[in-house]
Structure formats: structure tokens, C-alpha cells
Design a protein around this ligand. Structure first.
Ligand code: SAH
Ligand code: SF4
Ligand code: F3S
Length: 444
């Protein structure tokens, strides 16, 4: 089948994003640059003259998805040799020129620190037909001065890029480079821009937001930044991800408790409930320290919604280690967590260690975690029945188009019967029912 493009599609860009919120934000920034160069986003790759695949490398499965998406989309080039395909982000950073060599359909390989070069490189490819790999910008903030438009009432703002923690399982420091904090004026300028575009909620992003300020000329801490962002007129809610337990301090807990715009929600990945495993993961805290932090958080903010990440099957994780994780879950009673099967990721240090937990055991452990957590999440949800919660309306409910949906300050999804509410508004909802992954109610 031959596909010819309408003249107005000659600048259509199809953008596919894998991975975390930082990648979503990078995609929004790339799109903003491309729009300034005359492109417009299309939802069908057959309508595109440029395809961008923004990739994630955190687990092998994610990297595989990116590779197979590249293979799938590269097939379009057989009939449309003028189509330009860019493979960008974390896997691209890791693979570099090897990706160009392997995948004949790929024209551009672009690393995480070079993403702002995309429009120029596309032009070069179109003019000269050359193929290029650029991955040497690691440690740079490619989007220091690139603004993006909010796509809804909630908008991401990066407060830092990269990571210096080198958790032994994690590839992020290698594909995202060293931690670099953005200066406060730059962050606030971006927040003001997003609010002018009708964003109401600002989600501050970083691999470890709690260590914000390292290397900046001023001795600014994350808690100070949070207060400044909350003070921007029009900002009604502030959230942040991800917090690292080793850098969570009382100043942040105080700011969370004192600043009304800061939501009562914290994602605090614990990874394991075994101190032996935590040491080998290079996490920099013990379970005791972690639980002390939780106690302090809950004392200052009794309604705080606490979520986490857990890894099962880390090299050397014994049945006893895993039992410690289960016990921690029962003690802490997270609102919810993401759990992952360990995936060796060279050049992260643990990739050199024997991946010795058999796959079926890893799977059993994952299932056990889910089984343990399900009733706890339900209990948290049920405790809200009969309560009034504040919801930021984000759109129509998937379950019933006559209903709206949004999130509570704690981050829980609520589908509700509206009275007079529009997307972008903060409304009060009476919670009537609790479900495994959401709440339902009616506007009150
Ligand atoms: N900077 C954040 C997020 C890192 S990636 C943080 O430190 O929490 C998100 C989650 O993926 C991690 O919290 C961890 O639970 C998981 N993860 C990272 N590397 C992994 C690996 N090699 N195998 C399995 N899960 C992994
Ligand atoms: Fe990875 Fe650890 Fe950095 Fe998070 S803090 S990105 S888990 S190295
Ligand atoms: Fe994010 Fe995946 Fe990169 S989690 S930082 S997109 S490796």
C-alpha cells in the first residue's frame, strides 16, 4: 500500500512516549519546539512526515517495547522513504549509534540531553538525507528556556534533571546524567506561563526532588521552592514526584503541613522491607528510618496519602527478605504502591550480580504483594465514604459520559455526578462508594 500525504500533513508529527512523567514532559517540550517550526501533532502515524519515539530504559520490558515500536513504525518507510524517524530519550541515550546501525529505518538517534536539537536535525536529514546519532549532551538541560502549553488543568514542571544516587539496580543516572537543579526564577517563569494557559495544579518533577538545590548558587531547599511555587497567583494545588526517603527532611514535612496549596500526598519509594536488601540497593536508609519518617509525616499531616514503589526478586533476595517486605506493607499500610519484578540493567552495578531469584518465584512474590495490598487500598477508599473531598475536574468519566472525573488532593481518582462543574474547576464531592482503583460520588 502506498500512502501519499495531503499537503497539510507534510508537517504532521506522530509522537509516541514511553516511560515516566519526565519523558512525558520532554515530549511536550519537543512538541512545543516542533510546533514553532511549523509542525502539528497527528494521531495516525500514516499521516505523519516525522515520527518521534521517546523511549524508557528502566526495565528490559520497557526497552523492548521501544525497540519493537521502532521496528513497527520503520516499516512505513518502505512505502514512504521521505518519512523521518527519530528514536529519542533514555534507550536512545544508552544505545547511541548502535541503534542507527541496527535499524535501517531509523534516521535520528537523540539522547536525553540533546532533545532540543530535534527540529534542526530533522531539517538536516531532510536536506542531505544523512542519518545521525547525537548523545553527548548528558548533564545538560536541553529545555532550560523552552516553554510548553498545558494540555489540561494539571501541568508538569521539572525542578531538576538527572540523578546522582546510583541505586544499584537503576539505569537512570546513566541515561539521564548527573543531577542538575534548575534555578528558581526559571521554574517560576514556567509556572506563571502554565497558569496563564489555565493550569491550576502544578506537579513538580525530579528523580529526587528532596535534594533540590544541590549545586545552585543560592542555598535554596526544596521546601523553599515549594513555598515559592505555591505563592504564584492562580496555583491552586502543588504536587511533587519523586521523593527519596534519604533526603526527606522536616522542612519539607512542615511546608506540606503549612502551605494550603501543597497536596497531602507523597510518593515515597521504599523498594524493600529488608535492611540487608536496602543496603545492597544502595538506598541510604534503613526500614527503621523509613518508618520514623512515615510517623513524622502522619503526625504533621494525619490525612496524608502515602504511595510507594517496591521491587521483588532483587539479586540475593531470600524468602526471609521478602517476608520483611510483606511485614512492612502490613505495618505502613500504604494507600497503594507500584511493584516491579527486578530487571538487570547494565551498566547499573547490580547487573553484574547473579540474577538468582527464579522467574516463577519473582512472579509469586509480585502476586503476593498485590494480594496483601488489595484490602488495604480498599480500606483507605472505604474510609472516605460519607466524606466531602475536593476534586480537580480533569474530564468526562470513562464509565459514564454524563459523569465527570478528577482527583482528590490525595491523588485518588473520583468519578462523580456533577451539578454545575467544568473541566479545570475545583469542586466538592460527597464520596458514596469505594472501588479497587477509584471512588465514586456526587457533587455537593
Ligand atoms: N527516581 C525515582 C524513580 C525511578 S524509576 C525514584 O528514585 O524513586 C521508578 C521505579 O522503577 C523505581 O522506584 C523502582 O521501583 C523501579 N525500578 C528502577 N529500576 C528497576 C529495575 N532495574 N528493575 C525493576 N524495577 C526497577
Ligand atoms: Fe534510580 Fe535511585 Fe536515582 Fe531513583 S534515586 S532514579 S531509583 S538511581
Ligand atoms: Fe523515566 Fe524510564 Fe528514563 S523511568 S528517566 S523514561 S529510563
Amino acid at each position: 500500500m502506498t500512502c501519499s500525504l495531503n499537503p497539510e500533513d507534510a508537517r504532521g508529527v506522530y509522537l509516541k512516549t514511553f516511560g515516566c512523567q519526565m519523558n512525558e514532559l520532554d515530549s511536550a517540550k519537543m512538541l512545543s519546539l516542533l510546533v514553532a517550526h511549523g509542525y502539528r501533532r497527528v494521531d495516525d502515524p500514516r499521516q505523519a512526515s516525522l515520527i518521534v519515539i521517546n523511549t524508557c530504559s528502566v526495565r528490559e520490558k520497557a526497552a523492548q517495547k521501544a525497540r519493537s515500536e521502532l521496528g513497527r513504525l520503520a516499516r512505513f518507510k518502505r512505502h514512504r522513504p521521505e518519512l523521518v524517524i527519530a528514536y529519542v530519550g533514555c534507550v536512545a541515550q544508552h544505545e547511541g549509534g548502535a541503534a542507527l546501525a541496527r535499524e535501517a529505518g531509523c534516521d535520528i538517534v537523540l539522547g536525553t540531553g540533546d532533545l532540543d536539537q530535534l527540529p534542526q536535525l530533522v531539517q538536516r536529514v531532510k536536506r542531505h538525507g544523512s542519518r545521525l546519532a547525537l548523545t553527548d549532551g548528558l548533564g545538560r538541560d536541553p529545555f532550560a528556556h523552552v516553554l510548553h502549553e498545558p494540555t489540561g488543568p494539571s501541568a508538569f514542571v521539572a525542578v531538576m534533571r538527572g540523578c546522582d544516587n546510583y541505586c544499584s539496580y537503576c539505569v537512570v543516572p546513566f541515561v539521564r546524567g548527573p543531577e542538575v537543579s534548575r534555578p528558581r526564577p526559571q521554574i517560576l517563569e514556567e509556572v506563571r506561563h502554565l497558569v496563564r494557559g489555565n493550569a491550576r495544579e502544578i506537579v513538580l518533577l525530579g528523580q529526587n526532588v528532596n535534594s533540590y538545590g544541590k549545586g545552585l548558587y543560592s542555598r535554596l531547599r526544596f521546601a523553599d521552592l515549594l513555598r515559592s511555587v505555591a505563592a504564584v497567583p492562580g496555583v491552586e494545588r502543588v504536587r511533587f514526584v519523586t521523593s527519596h526517603p534519604k533526603d526527606l527532611d522536616s522542612a519539607l514535612i512542615r511546608a506540606m503541613a503549612q502551605v494550603p496549596q501543597v497536596c497531602e500526598a507523597i510518593h515515597l519509594p521504599v523498594q524493600s522491607g529488608s535492611d540487608r536488601v536496602l543496603r545492597r540497593m544502595n538506598r541510604g536508609y534503613s526500614t527503621q528510618r523509613y518508618e520514623e519518617l512515615i510517623a513524622e509525616l502522619r503526625e504533621s499531616l494525619p490525612e496524608v496519602v502515602l504511595t510507594s514503589d517496591l521491587i521483588v526478586g532483587f539479586p540475593g533476595e531470600t524468602d526471609e527478605d521478602f517476608e520483611r517486605t510483606c511485614e512492612l506493607i502490613e505495618r505502613v499500610r500504604f494507600a497503594d504502591f507500584f511493584s516491579f519484578i527486578y530487571s538487570p540493567r547494565a551498566p547499573a552495578r547490580a547487573a553484574k550480580w547473579e540474577d538468582d531469584v527464579p522467574e516463577p518465584v519473582k512472579l509469586q512474590r509480585l502476586q503476593r504483594l498485590h494480594k496483601l495490598q488489595r484490602p488495604i487500598t480498599m480500606d483507605h477508599h472505604r474510609a472516605l465514604i460519607g466524606h466531602r473531598v475536593e476534586v480537580l475536574v480533569s474530564g468526562t468519566s470513562k464509565l459514564d459520559p454524563a459523569h465527570l472525573k478528577g482527583r482528590t488532593r490525595g491523588g485518588q481518582i473520583v468519578n462523580f455526578v456533577p451539578q454545575e462543574a467544568r473541566v479545570g474547576e475545583l469542586v466538592n464531592v460527597l464520596v458514596c462508594a469505594a472501588h479497587a482503583n477509584s471512588l465514586s460520588g456526587k457533587q455537593c
